[in-house]
Design a protein. Structure first.
Length: 231
């Protein structure tokens, strides 16, 4: 039986972009890099016109403008690794700790935030544009390296070399915000759409995501199929 890529939630960490059923976590996979250019996303209501007033008037007038998104990119970032895994004989369950890779803390950010919208509004607009099932990470959230992240798999007929990893699915995008007669505002968003973990045998091709391939190159035997595929 071919083991699945198992996605496991870290306690206290939001996980989005679930791709299927559950087994002590979430089964799923993020798509690779993509590019979307010049697509217009309308606001909730039509813009009411130019600013024509003080700061408060401008904020109210330009809260429902139009976004043009470009340079949208999705990428996985490796956040945790298991020790090399080896099963001498067949087994059907395994539990291991995933250790953080580095100490980087990810935080959503928006540069060039339009007046009257706020960073949270821009991130929500990007989520609508991408048609995500769950909200993108907002300004108050952060992704912190976890040392109590445990991985557990209870499915499959396991034997030989395996590897496990954790990742965050980052999203970056450029935007131009236009409202009435006001000058267009240009900016950039950086956030994420999910976190998770994977588990795969070294005898198979690694998954398409950058994080899984990096984990295979780090943990699998040099002569394994997974390691050779990362050369």
């Amino acid at each position: 039986m071919r083991p699945a890529v198992i996605m496991v939630r870290t306690p206290g960490v939001r996980a989005r972009g679930d791709g299927g059923g559950r087994m002590h976590g979430t089964v799923g996979r993020f798509c690779g890099a993509g590019l979307v250019v010049g697509v217009l996303v309308a606001g909730v209501a039509a813009c009411s016109g130019g600013s024509g007033g003080d700061g408060d008037g401008r904020a109210e007038a330009c809260a429902d403008g139009t976004y043009a998104w470009s340079g949208v990119r999705r990428e996985e970032r490796l956040t945790a690794l298991s020790d090399p895994i080896w099963f001498e004989k067949r087994t059907d369950s395994y539990t291991s700790r995933l250790e953080p890779v580095g100490d980087r803390v990810h935080r959503p950010s928006v540069t060039g935030t339009p007046g009257g919208v706020g960073a949270a509004g821009v991130i929500k607009a990007l989520g609508r544009h991408l048609k995500v099932e769950e909200p993108l990470a907002g300004p108050s959230e952060k992704e912190v390296p976890e040392r109590d992240h445990y991985f557990e798999v209870t499915t499959g007929d396991l034997k030989g070399a395996y590897y496990a990893w954790g990742y965050v699915g980052l999203v970056t995008a450029d935007f131009t915000y236009t409202c009435g007669d006001d000058k267009p505002v240009k900016g950039r968003v950086r956030t994420w759409e999910g976190t998770g973990s994977g588990f795969m045998p070294c005898s198979e091709e690694p998954p398409e995501g950058v994080a899984g391939r990096a984990a295979a190159g780090e943990l699998c035997p040099a002569d394994s199929r997974a390691a050779k595929a990362t050369d």
